[in-house]
Every structure is written in structure tokens, then in C-alpha cells.
Design a protein around this ligand. Structure first.
Ligand code: JFZ
Length: 326
């Protein structure tokens, strides 16, 4: 793990990629808008029943997707690893999963596995593959995490799916965790070659025992795969920062700051509040000064390509690195 952490610090700039069914909605659903909410939270924000949300899969066909383009653009922009959303809170697997038919290969006309294609492109361009996996929240599952207290969430949006599954007393999070999350994490670590890091998120309802079990599973399958702090319960190899997060200065650890390019992670058609190249480069330098990695997010469009403003920003970074070195 020490060698992996050193590699992580060397690869100080990475590309976060939030891509899923929510991109197809782009922040809009049957005449409603999510307003200033983040794009990948569309289902929870508008309380869309699973039956309706799943119709997004029926027409999901991002024929413009090219893993080669994405990873080459990342490398050219000075990024040395990517983190791709294999499953976000909506529960839809953006890879071929045997444990849930709600996945991009079996559930869409597209029928391809973007994670497999990204893994191949990463090997080609010497970019490391990281995988985001929502291990607690899963709105597609009756037993997905549901802490109940939505008061702490922006606009009072529910954390868990209490629109399809309102009876919290019947929810068995341990069953979901054992029967889906652990199996899917095993798939991710056994089918796509070396995984640089696993990026877990929002450890709601996750017990210390569950975090430890997940950590042991990861390290048992791939001893050098790094685990971020959002696995919960201090079972991590490095810290993902976030707003208001207390920094526990620990020796021999590493830090990473995730950041958006506009005001959303998942694609939102009407979010034009793009940061400038100057802002992004300033942020990169400031973080590097503090030995903190920068995980800069892109939210690809439903057709599988990047928004024009994102391409322009990446091109500006490319130019900056050519002029200033890595
Ligand atoms: C989470 C997700 O809910 C969101 O959709 C996105 O994937 C983002 C990268 O991660 O949102 C969070 C979680 C934790 C913090 C901030 C946003 N935090 O600790 O400040």
C-alpha cells in the first residue's frame, strides 16, 4: 500500500467522470426541472418512481461514446488517472453486472460495457483506472441505505428511496450490502484488470463491521487498490476531502480534493456556469502546493461525448501543460 500511495501522490491530477442514466435527463424530467440541484440526484430530487426512471435505460444509446477519446483527452490535459462511476446512487450499473439486470449491457439498446472499454484505453495511454461505487445509497433497491433524516440534505431531499419504498422498518440494509454491494465490488475487482483505487461515497447506514468487510474484500482481491475515506468508519487508505470535512493529519497518508467544472457532477443541459482554465490551473497549483491530489470532474452528455465547454477547458489544460511542463 505504501508503494501505491506514492504512485497516487505522483499521479496528482485525475479525471472524475460522472456518467449514468441521469445524463440522459440532463436535469429535466417530464416538464420538471431540478433547478439548482446536482444532475445525478435527479431521481431523488423529483422523487421519480423506479418504474419510470428505468425508461431512461430503454432509450439509452450513446453512440458517440469513445473510451479512447476520453482517456486520450484526460492524458493530454495532464491527468494521470480517471475515476468512473460504475454505479451511482440510482443503482444503475454502467458496466456488465451479473448481479443486477439494471445495467448498461443488458438494459439498454447500447449494449456495450464502457468500463471494459475505459480499462483498455487506460492501459493504452498509461492512465490508471479508478472506480466510483455507491456502496450504501441505491435507490433501485428496496433495502438500499435509508437513514431517514433528510433534514441534513440540501432542500430536504431524501437520502434513501422513500418514494418507492416508504416503510423504513422493512428495510434490511445488511441484506442489500451482502447480496449486492459486496458481489458487485468483487465483479469490479476481478473483471477489469488492475484497479488503481475504489471511490466509495456517502457511507450512510454502513457499520464499522461492514466497512471492514468491504476493505478486506478489496485488499484481498487487489492488495494495492487504494480505498478512499468515504468507505466510512476510518477504513481508508487515503482521504477524499469535501466541504466541512475535518482533516485528520495522519502520517503516510494521502489526500484528494474532488471538484466540479460547473455546478454539477452529472450532466445538466442548462448549467453553463463553467470555471475558467485560469481558475482550474490556480486550483491545481494550490492543491499541489499542499500535497493534495485534484480530481476534476467531467459530466459527459447522453450521446457519450463531452460538452463543448469541457472539451475547450481540457484543450486549454493541454496547452498549459505543453508550455509549462508537468
Ligand atoms: C457525493 C454524491 O452524493 C454526489 O452525487 C457526487 O457523486 C459527489 C462526488 O459525492 O456528494 C458529496 C458527498 C460528500 C461531500 C460532498 C458531496 N462532502 O463530504 O463534503
Amino acid at each position: 500500500i505504501q508503494a501505491a500511495l506514492e504512485e497516487f501522490r505522483r499521479r496528482r491530477f485525475g479525471m472524475f467522470i460522472h456518467w449514468g442514466l441521469y445524463a440522459a435527463a440532463g436535469g429535466h424530467w417530464r416538464g420538471q426541472s431540478i433547478g439548482d440541484y446536482i444532475g445525478e440526484w435527479l431521481q431523488a430530487r423529483l422523487r421519480i418512481p423506479n418504474r419510470d426512471y428505468a425508461t431512461l435505460a430503454d432509450s439509452f444509446n450513446p453512440t458517440g461514446f469513445s473510451a479512447d477519446d476520453w482517456v486520450r483527452k484526460a492524458r493530454d490535459a495532464g491527468m494521470h488517472y480517471i475515476v468512473f462511476t460504475a454505479k451511482h446512487h440510482d443503482g444503475f450499473a454502467m458496466y456488465h453486472s451479473a448481479y443486477s439486470a439494471f445495467n448498461i449491457v443488458d438494459g439498454t439498446p447500447f449494449g456495450r460495457d464502457p468500463l471494459a472499454e475505459l480499462a483498455a484505453a487506460c492501459r493504452k495511454y498509461d492512465v490508471k483506472l479508478g472506480i466510483y461505487y455507491s456502496h450504501a445509497l441505491d435507490w433501485s433497491e428496496p433495502n438500499g441505505a435509508d437513514p431517514g433524516d433528510s433534514s441534513k440534505n440540501l432542500h430536504g431531499v431524501s437520502w434513501g428511496n422513500d418514494w418507492d419504498f416508504p416503510d423504513r422498518s422493512r428495510k434490511d440494509f445488511a441484506a442489500y450490502f451482502r447480496q449486492k454491494a459486496l458481489f458487485q465490488v468483487r465483479e469490479l475487482l476481478t473483471r477489469y484488470g488492475d484497479v488503481f483505487l475504489l471511490w466509495f461515497d456517502c457511507p450512510l447506514c454502513v457499520t464499522p463491521e461492514q466497512s471492514r468487510e468491504l476493505r478486506d474484500l478489496v485488499h484481498g482481491l487487489q492488495p494495492s487498490c487504494l480505498i478512499n475515506s468515504r468507505i466510512g468508519n476510518q477504513c481508508c487508505d487515503y482521504y477524499s476531502l469535501g466541504d466541512n470535512q475535518l482533516l485528520v493529519a495522519k502520517e503516510k497518508t494521502a489526500f484528494e480534493s474532488p471538484g466540479t467544472l460547473n455546478d454539477t457532477w452529472g450532466y445538466k443541459s442548462d448549467d453553463h456556469n463553467w470555471k475558467t482554465p485560469r481558475t482550474i490551473i490556480g486550483q491545481l497549483l494550490a492543491l499541489a502546493e499542499n500535497d493534495c491530489n485534484y480530481l476534476l470532474n467531467v459530466g459527459p452528455k447522453p450521446d457519450g461525448t463531452f460538452p463543448a465547454a469541457t472539451d475547450a477547458l481540457l484543450a486549454a489544460l493541454h496547452q498549459w501543460f505543453q508550455e509549462n511542463g508537468d
